[in-house]
Design a protein around this ligand. Structure first.
Ligand code: XMP
Length: 543
């Protein structure tokens, strides 16, 4: 692709993906590479700028992650962040030592606003610090352009060579003017044009896909999640009926979800493609009957999916391409991009490629972050409700029913979950309409702009929330009757990356309303519990 590129060189910092996302939010395309990437490869990519991320080590230690001095001599602007700034100083002849005062958290920052990298930034601002080491001596040619109380070189610059360093983290939200600073680096220093836009991405991809597919046949496993949906629509726009989407309804979806997917992708929907829905619920329930061990359940659900999909693929006959909804964090986290270790082992649809005969895989979203996938989805006219769908695990409600699964239990959890989601969404939206109005922003209640509405959601709004069936039965009383029914657990978490999470503090009155409705409306449930556990030690899902 012939577009401007910024490289994010990863030194193992926990915010590396965030750095890349902030660059892209500034409409500049960037990719993450390990610090081990050879200098010649970096040169060959012809980047407009380079950003060095933070990292956990001390750059002066034996064996610490380092970089070639040549990196700073290519005439390409470089911005070092935290570890990156320290390393740049050390490599270019400055000094880095253990700081006399360790800084952590919100820190007052005084900046030199005449520097191009601080254009439009307030002279007295706030930054997020997290460091043990500091730059004790700057390299020749550099000057300080920002200070904190404890840090004489909170930001440094060598304007002639276009080299900059921040000791703090501009990429995190706790540095409120951080995105502006990164934007200044991209536009004032690197002189980027800002050609990374989702509408042009769509046009470009459609062209590329057409070229690649020719008149071949394409197969896509549609899960109803945002990634596979966006991938499918892109393909449909590119090659129409050459695409067949197979949607396996395993009977473990949320309430009415199968019908919603069919409404969008089926023959009555707006897209030009072949859609096959396989109603496999019975098959799954039979396989899962009496099985209560979580990993066994996951395995059965995954294997059965492959089996069903394989059968459908055989009916279609020759397939040239298989579409996968892989996105950029999958690429980075599988160790192909930066420095991250392999963290996630549970991915949605495992093992498909080994079971279907095809020539090649197409991954049109491979370079996109999740928020970019959503933008592409909106660009393609996919309904908001699908684009902003909560993460939903591949094994579905199968891992939200503790213990063995049955059709009755699935119904209990589906109905409880639907009530929970309805009430939370209604409360959050009401809050948002009022908050927007108070801020002088009008949002149409009939046809709301969902992205805008979500930006006014309350701070308690969970990033993921659902009802689960605990498999615990307990005694209750309803009317004059003794009951012996199931307990539902409500889960709600705030999280950035799903690796760690906290229980969300949903207002009590909303929880009470949810509890009342579940008890009254869902047969077989006589108790509602709220799960307060963080991750760790808990996980988001109950299994
Ligand atoms: P845990 O339970 O591991 O969940 O804290 C973290 C995130 O991953 C999702 N999750 C899964 N996704 N297959 C998936 O595709 C799975 O087996 C699976 N298990 C958990 C979970 O919904 C949460 O967003």
């Amino acid at each position: 692709m012939d577009k401007e590129l910024v490289l994010v060189i990863d030194f193992g910092g926990q915010y590396n993906q965030l750095v890349a996302r902030r660059v892209r939010e500034n409409n500049v395309y960037c990719e993450i590479y390990s610090y081990r990437t050879p200098i010649d490869q970096i040169k060959a990519m012809n980047p407009k700028g380079i950003i060095l991320t933070g990292g956990p080590a001390s750059c002066y230690e034996e064996g610490a992650a380092s970089c070639d001095k040549e990196l700073f001599e290519m005439g390409v602007p470089v911005l070092g962040l935290c570890y990156g700034a320290q390393l740049m100083s050390l490599v270019l002849g400055g000094n880095v030592e253990k700081a006399p005062v360790r800084e952590y958290g919100h820190t007052a920052l005084k900046v030199d606003t005449s520097s191009p990298i601080f254009e439009g930034v307030s002279e007295n601002t706030t930054c997020w610090m997290s460091h043990n080491d500091y730059i004790s001596k700057i390299a020749p040619g550099f000057k300080a352009i920002a200070t904190t109380e404890a840090c004489p070189y909170a930001a440094i610059a060598n304007d002639d060579e276009k080299l900059y360093g921040f000791q703090y983290h501009p990429e995190v939200l706790h540095t409120p003017e951080g995105t502006k600073m990164l934007g200044n680096f991209l536009y004032n220093v690197c002189e980027c044009a800002g050609d990374w836009k989702m509408d042009s991405f769509v046009q470009e991809q459609i062209g590329l896909i057409r070229e690649k597919v020719g008149n071949g046949k394409v197969l896509c496993a549609l899960s109803g999640g945002v990634d596979s949906s966006v991938a499918a629509v892109l393909l449909s726009k590119a090659v129409g009926k050459q695409l067949t989407c197979v949607f396996v309804d395993h009977g473990l979806l949320r309430k009415d979800e199968g019908d919603q997917v069919e409404a969008v992708f089926g023959p009555d929907g707006p897209y030009d493609l072949n859609f096959i829905r396989v109603n496999a619920a019975e098959r799954y329930y039979v396989k899962l009957a009496g099985i209560s061990e979580p990993e066994r359940k996951r395995k059965i659900i995954g294997e059965e999916f492959i089996r069903v999909f394989e059968e459908e693929a055989k009916k279609i006959g020759r397939v040239d391409f298989l579409v996968q909804g892989t996105i950029y964090p999958d690429v980075v986290e599988s160790g192909l991009g930066g420095e991250s270790a392999v963290i996630k082992s549970h991915h949605n649809v495992g093992g498909l490629p080994e079971h279907v005969d095809f020539k090649e895989i197409i991954e049109p979203l491979r370079n996109l972050f999740k928020d970019e996938v959503r933008k592409v989805g909106l660009e393609l006219g996919i309904p908001d409700q699908l684009v902003f769908r909560q993460p939903f695990p591949g094994p579905g409600l199968g891992i939200r029913i503790i213990g063995d699964v049955s059709a009755e239990k699935v119904k209990m959890v589906q109905d409880s979950d639907a009530i929970y989601r309805e009430e939370i969404e209604a409360a959050a939206n009401e809050y948002a309409y009022e908050a927007a109005e108070a801020a002088g922003v009008k949002i149409d209640r009939e046809k709301p702009d969902h992205a805008l509405l979500r930006s006014y959601w309350p701070s308690w709004m969970p990033d993921q929330y659902f009802a689960a069936l605990t498999n615990m039965r307990s005694v209750g009383v309803m009317g004059d009757e003794r009951t012996y029914d199931f307990a539902v657990a409500l889960r709600a978490v705030k999280t950035v990356d799903f690796m760690t999470a906290e229980s969300a503090q949903i207002p009590y009155d909303i929880l009470m309303k949810v509890m009342n409705r579940i008890i009254n409306e869902v047969r077989g449930v006589n108790r509602v519990l709220y799960d307060l556990t963080s991750k760790p030690p808990g996980t988001v899902e109950l299994e």
